[in-house]
Design a protein around this ligand. Structure first.
Ligand code: ADP
Ligand code: TRP
Length: 331
């Protein structure tokens, strides 16, 4: 895993993607989006909306279009600066599917059999399609086609980046040095943020707190976060397991310190800590909520940003594909 501080080369390419498969949540934001936005200051960032990947789970065209727009609005509202970051829709760069095919021909099938996220979904009872099985190969193509050197993600994506490294290494050994070998960038304190039920926060578990949920819904979710049953009067123990405090540390470290002292002292309940978290979340996202409302009135601008991003990403993709086709003998 790349150390956060070692990322400094201005020309280095940084790439990440997010699936438009539902409403984005604060696990996505603090685990991937905020770190990715910080990292974008240190290199040439390429962030995209992984709509091809979403086809593995979304089968309603109108829904997919709406989700793509929502992710675009969410990311721009949360601070993505299209002047600095190439921001695009994956399917606007279809060269990536050609690369995915080429890479799939040098990916050993057992490597995909071992992909944990695939195995988890099947274990949850999902009947998998072939797209879900080969999902990591398409993800490898996303990264390699822009020669991404750093990939900011949450911890659940680590194995996918390792698969990408293996595939890129195999390609380079077989056909000559074409690809940069990428490294994941995962911030330890936000690597796996918990959901309201204590499992990893995930769209698929129904335990999320949405970034742009309305105030009432956010309140309901925050007040419903599971905590242990130590009474209000008790000086609290095992606070490292406490979800409201864990989030407060991420959202508002100053407020978290105060709340932690009060919990340790006793006579201060988890309900109070949750109210602090709710207030901190509403404060943190208030300016983004306003920005999102403005962007919603200017959808032409949003579409233009995606078109510009697609043109820039496509130019880079064409360069890579020329080398790849040459290397494998397709020209
Ligand atoms: P979900 O599990 O909700 O479907 P995605 O797979 O779309 O989320 O994740 C998008 C990005 O957000 C990925 O980089 C992923 O690692 C990160 N992420 C998702 N959930 C969390 C979480 N609970 N904690 C930290 N990062 C997360
Ligand atoms: N699999 C990632 C997720 O579910 C989304 C993704 C697709 C991605 N292609 C990528 C992330 C390339 C990083 C790099 O979150």
């Amino acid at each position: 895993m790349a150390a956060w501080g070692s990322v400094s080369c201005a020309a280095m390419r940084i790439l990440s993607g997010i699936q438009p498969s539902g409403k984005l949540h604060i696990g996505n934001y603090f685990g991937m989006m905020r770190p990715a936005l910080e990292l974008a200051e240190r290199g040439a960032a390429f962030y995209f909306i992984a709509d091809y990947h979403s086809l593995t789970s979304v089968s309603d065209a109108a829904q997919l279009r709406q989700n793509v727009l929502d992710v675009a609005l969410d990311f721009l509202a949360c601070g993505l600066d299209p002047a600095k970051t190439v921001f695009y829709r994956q399917s606007d760069v279809p060269q990536v599917t050609e690369l995915a095919w080429i890479l799939s021909c040098l990916t050993p099938k057992p490597m995909l059999d071992n992909a944990v996220s695939f195995k988890d979904k099947v274990a949850d009872g999902l009947t998998p399609n072939v797209g879900l099985f080969t999902y990591p190969v398409l993800q490898a193509a996303d990264i390699l086609i822009v020669q991404g050197a750093r990939v900011p993600v949450g911890k659940d994506q680590k194995q996918h980046i390792e698969i990408t490294r293996d595939i890129a290494g195999a390609f380079n050994r077989q056909f000559g040095e074409v690809f940069v070998i990428p490294e994941p960038v995962i911030k330890a304190e936000v690597a796996t943020l918990p959901g309201t039920d204590g499992r990893k926060m995930s769209k698929s578990y129904g335990n999320t707190i949405e970034i742009f949920g309305d105030e009432k819904a956010t309140k309901k979710k925050v007040m419903g976060i599971v905590t242990d049953s130590q009474p209000v009067e008790a000086p609290k123990q095992n606070l490292d397991q406490n979800i409201p405090l864990q989030f407060l540390k991420v959202v508002a470290p100053g407020r978290a310190k105060e709340v932690e002292s009060k919990l340790l002292a006793g006579g201060y309940g988890y309900g109070e800590a949750k109210k602090e978290l709710l207030a901190a979340l509403l404060d943190h996202f208030a300016p983004y909520r306003q920005k999102r409302a403005e962007l919603e009135k200017n959808l032409d601008y949003v579409q233009q940003v995606l078109r510009d991003g697609a043109a820039r990403a496509s130019a880079v993709a064409n360069e890579t594909m020329q080398k790849v086709r040459e290397a494998v003998g397709l020209r």
